[in-house]
Design a protein around this ligand. Sequence first.
Ligand code: PEP
Length: 253
Amino acid sequence: MARKPIVAGNWKMNKTSAEAVGLVEAMLPRLREIDTIERMVFPVYTAIPAVSACLTGSGIVVGAQNIFWEEAGAYTAEISPVMVKEFCTHVIIGHSERRQYFGETDETVNKRVKAALAHDIKPIVCVGETLKEREAGTTAEVVRRQIVEGLAGLNPAAAENLIIAYEPVWAIGTGMAATPEDANAVHAGTVRTALASVLGEEAAAAMRILYGGSVKPGNAKAFFEQPDIDGALVGGASLKPDDFIAIAEAAAI
Ligand code: PEP
């Protein structure tokens, strides 16, 4: 079954609005030509309107790095799905940095996923084990729990609007990527199996599962050659136009 590859750039807490426009302008001429894959960028909230304006008609989509689950109200500093929806088609939910530094849990991931889907925003739900969990041999258990609890209560129809990113925490921003074979084994053996248990076999088979964790131009192709790796969520390399374009080109082959 053909699953269209996705290359998504998580810019994290980097770039002012003006700098973000500069970054997108540097990528745009070449990135817009790589149109056999889905291309996405996730700037900080303040840069989203300007980046979105630059990308109009390019086929490259803009997403947010998080959302809250309520539509409006007394929730200082939060951003609602309604606000994100003005500019964005996608949202990252449950990134390990949110789990590690800001108290994100499987339960709050679940609330955000449901809110995003209710507003027609497509979530990229991040899962992945820490180094400690990996060394304790609990990778499968942890990733399975994150999927089963993070996606609890969704029906199979939600699957077509849902993307998963498997990001081993020890590989994020460290330069220590998982091997393509190890990552593929988690995608096929744990992530897709857990998705099937929540959403059914057919839905799980059609879903895109991205790998994230130190993806660079030099290793991207080896990841994308794996049968159950359907693209990448890219952090550091997404801030370098040549690197991000090279990764997108590797996914498009
Ligand atoms: C990420 O933050 O989602 C990520 C994968 O970062 P990096 O590519 O820098 O490891």
